[in-house]
Design a protein. Structure first.
Length: 174
């Protein structure tokens, strides 16, 4: 009888945790819908209009500000480029691959994340960061969880620029 009560209590606690986790999770689709519905601010609009060259300049400034040393940069398409950067700190340092896409209103999908995972292995980096001026599909978010890949979409990029006191870079672009 006691075991049955304990199992019932554990099950209820588990369901409560799942419900709370779902309520706190932000859907990428919801973020995109909110922005596309016109409730975005001017900075988000300007981020969505950046071309690859301007995005690269902004990402390089962020890397400099957080103390990463760019090793190389390569344009991989008209709207995308890769930057390899090194973090020299002991224990947490290593080589990071930043794949940046000036995607405007477009979404980044799962196969693009898988491709980045393959590139990550090929260049033997510790982690990849996919920066997009657009949005990520739910599939892209699920796939990224299988790799050491962090996704930074338009709104997270805006927050990061704010945290690093670099919003002026986008404001000057307008």
């Amino acid at each position: 009888m006691t075991l049955l009560v304990l199992v019932a209590i554990a099950s209820l606690i588990g369901l409560a945790v799942i419900a709370l986790a779902r309520r706190g999770a932000v859907s990428v689709s919801t973020e995109r819908d909110r922005v596309m519905a016109g409730r975005q601010d001017e900075i988000s609009t300007r981020l969505g209009r950046l071309d690859a060259e301007r995005l690269e300049g902004i990402v390089r400034r962020v890397l400099d500000k957080i103390g990463l040393d760019p090793l190389s940069s390569e344009q991989v398409s008209d709207d995308a480029f890769d930057i390899l950067a090194r973090d020299e700190r002991p224990l947490v340092g290593g080589v990071y691959l930043f794949h940046c896409i000036a995607s405007g209103e477009e979404t980044v999908d799962g196969p693009q994340v898988v491709g980045l995972g393959d590139t990550l292995r090929a260049v033997q980096a510790n982690k990849a960061v996919l920066v997009s001026t657009g949005f990520f599909t739910d599939e892209a978010v699920r796939v990224a969880a299988d790799y050491p890949i962090e996704l930074i979409g338009r709104e997270r990029l805006r927050e990061l620029l704010f945290e690093q006191q670099l919003l002026i870079l986008v404001e000057l672009d307008g």
